[in-house]
Design a protein around this ligand. Structure first.
Ligand SMILES: C[S@@+](CC[C@H](N)C(=O)[O-])C[C@H]1O[C@@H](n2cnc3c(N)ncnc32)[C@H](O)[C@@H]1O
Length: 333
């Protein structure tokens, strides 16, 4: 009963914080934290692993606890651990446990290579895990530059299901895996796990040549929509999937939803281009209350260059776009 009462209190607190942020302060509600820049994969579409040698500069556990205390003070309610590969960080369970104790909703984004091995350690402290799988064939190992990663990710999903952790597969579409959509949808069905899709973002010269053309994305996302309509567990919102075939625009609200903290503690928004100081030197409240941050959020509303889910789909959700809301309800049902 006490547990139930505590749970209801934290739900009410979260709703209050959401309303406060949405209607009054317009401050971000979540932090996406690169818990380490170390990575065990060598992905063709991502260049973060190139920063691996600098992982000794990652924030310490104590720094992260202080950052979470400060985030709580600033009214944030979501903690997303990613990287680099978050499961390479030994003390990840302690970080998630601390966040959970502070009543954050906790999420993990992982390539799944070490998931089966470490799943029991994180299970009690993790609300949702996104597992990255971009192909249900040997192409996945090739794209990620890590032999055995597809098998391990699938074993990880099965282990998470046994531990009753909520899981979603995250697939990034580039011109390397345009033909893999059928296989990915079938994998989701076979494992009975939802799947979401988004296009690859150009991060540097490392992956520019892999960006699929608008026309290819249109075909790919129309196919994904068909799978969704025929009952496959495609959890991407319908309105977001339709953006690729109908060239619809959105108003960018990302900076009002979450900030990204890099492995060294720099507070960033907007694909990490805009830096707001370091968590060791500046509080979140100080950043969010500054005129400069508010002005940045206003200006960002005029931009809609990004098509990745963490920008376009998040912005549609923030806008409470009626078709988005209906699409979300339909997906939930
Ligand atoms: C950068 S990874 C870090 C977490 C973890 N190592 C993993 O692979 O899931 C976070 C997510 O971004 C996705 N991603 C990687 N490169 C991307 C790109 N260029 N554009 C969009 N998403 C990308 C990954 O597939 C993964 O789902």
């Amino acid at each position: 009963m006490n547990k139930l009462a505590a749970c209801s209190t934290s739900c009410v607190m979260r709703i209050i914080n959401i309303l406060k942020s949405r209607l009054v302060s317009h401050s971000p509600l979540a932090l996406a934290h690169h818990v380490t820049s170390l990575c065990n994969a060598r992905c063709k579409m991502c260049d973060m692993w190139k920063r691996s040698p600098r992982h000794t500069d990652d924030l310490s556990r104590e720094d992260i606890f202080a950052m979470l205390d400060d985030a709580k003070e600033a009214g944030m309610i979501g903690y997303i651990a990613w990287g680099g590969e978050p499961l390479l960080r030994e003390d990840l369970p302690e970080l998630l446990q601390f966040a959970k104790k502070k009543k954050f909703l906790t999420m993990l984004v992982t390539n799944g290579f070490l998931l089966a091995e470490r799943c029991k350690e994180i299970a009690p402290f993790t609300n949702l895990i996104y597992i990255s799988i971009d192909s249900n064939s040997p192409l996945h190992d090739e794209m990620r530059g890590l032999e055995g990663i597809l098998k391990n990710a699938i074993d990880g999903i099965k282990a998470c299901k046994r531990e009753k952790i909520k899981i979603t597969i995250n697939s990034v579409i580039s011109n390397l895996n345009l033909d893999e959509i059928d296989g990915l949808c079938e994998l989701s069905k076979e494992l009975d796990v939802p799947i979401v899709f988004e296009p690859m973002q150009i991060v540097s010269e490392h992956n520019r040549h892999l960006k699929a053309t608008d026309e290819d994305l249109k075909v790919a996302f129309s196919k994904i929509l068909k799978y969704q309509r025929s009952g496959y567990k495609i959890d991407s919102c319908t309105e977001y999937l339709q953006n690729f075939s109908k060239q619809k625009k959105y108003v960018c609200h990302t900076a009002k939803c979450y900030v990204t903290i890099d492995a060294h503690g720099n507070i960033t928004t907007c694909s990490e281009n805009k830096k707001w100081g370091n968590v060791k030197e500046r509080s979140f409240a100080e950043v969010f209350d500054s005129m400069e941050f508010k002005e940045f959020c206003r200006k960002a509303e005029k931009c809609n260059k990004c098509d990745v889910s963490c920008v376009a789909e998040v912005s549609l959700a923030y806008s409470l776009n009626p078709r988005f809301v209906l699409g979300s309800i339909r997906n939930l049902l």
